[in-house]
Design a protein around this ligand. Structure first.
Ligand code: IPE
Ligand code: IPE
Ligand code: MG
Length: 242
């Protein structure tokens, strides 16, 4: 009992933006001799629990890597299962409205069917005015793709005479990313034992603190998040200073 209490105690300093790479669903299912898609269903449940917990403890911005620009390489069966889960979530996302959560889908939406794209835009518009917490869901997202896209947008402005090349700053690049309105990642969490960021928010993670865990995503419940929060709070962030 006492141990549970200690585990759930929160540190004083909390990150403003936590990024989650939801990895390990397939291995979680394999360990149970189940198809990979079963792992994605369980992973979606964990996603919901973590979103609610973050909202309850007052985190301002959370982002989740749901589907990468590289994940199209998977079998069509697995891609379809993930897309179906995503569609279900978009519809269900409306449940979060009452909880004052703004929802934004980051990534290249043009790859999705028109009805799905419209649903995403409608959820974004309907939640735009909420400011308790922002939930970013990265779908068909790739950090390199995002930077390439920003380069195109900026080049177009230069070509049209709306922007001078010498006025391009780091802020200009940030302002043309999908995350232009949101803070950089403070804490990036990757469960499942892999020690890489797999193209996730590579610009926004320039000064992020990393937390890696061997726990597979479906098992990454609030107690595990608290361990990450304690680890984060104990670090000294210097941003190149002393
Ligand atoms: C992450 O879990 C979910 C997505 C990439 C959509 P994985 O499916 O990558 O699970 P593992 O890494 O194969 O265990
Ligand atoms: C990263 O996981 C992508 C998502 C969680 C959506 P992957 O399983 O695709 O990453 P790699 O292949 O292990 O680098
Ligand atoms: Mg994986």
């Amino acid at each position: 009992m006492a141990k549970d209490k200690i585990d759930m105690e929160l540190p004083e300093v909390l990150p403003e933006h936590i990024g989650f790479i939801m990895d390990g669903n397939g291995r979680w299912a394999k360990k149970r001799l189940m198809p990979r898609t079963f792992g994605h269903v369980e992973g979606a449940k964990t996603f919901e629990k973590i979103v609610r917990y973050c909202r309850d403890i007052g985190i301002k911005c959370i982002s989740f890597y749901a589907f990468s620009t590289e994940n199209w390489k998977r079998s069509s069966e697995e891609v379809t299962a993930i897309m179906n889960l995503l569609s279900q979530y978009i519809v269900k996302a409306r449940e979060h409205f009452v909880e004052e959560t703004r929802i934004v889908f980051v990534g290249d939406k043009s790859a999705f069917p028109e009805d799905m794209r419209q649903q995403m835009i409608s959820v974004e518009n309907d939640t735009r005015h909420f400011d308790k917490m922002t939930l970013l869901i990265a779908v068909n997202y790739g950090g390199r793709d995002e930077i390439k896209n920003a380069a195109k947008l900026i080049s177009r402005k230069v070509k049209e005479g709306k922007l001078d090349i010498d006025d391009i700053t780091e802020e200009t690049v940030s302002e043309h990313l999908y995350t232009s309105e949101f803070p950089d990642v403070d804490l990036l969490i990757r469960p499942s034992g892999e020690l890489r960021i797999s193209n996730y928010m590579i610009w926004q993670c320039a000064y992020a603190e990393f937390y890696f865990s061997d726990v597979l995503w479906p098992d990454f419940l609030p107690g595990e998040l608290n361990k990450a929060l304690h680890s984060y709070a104990a670090r000294s962030r210097r941003f190149g200073g002393v």
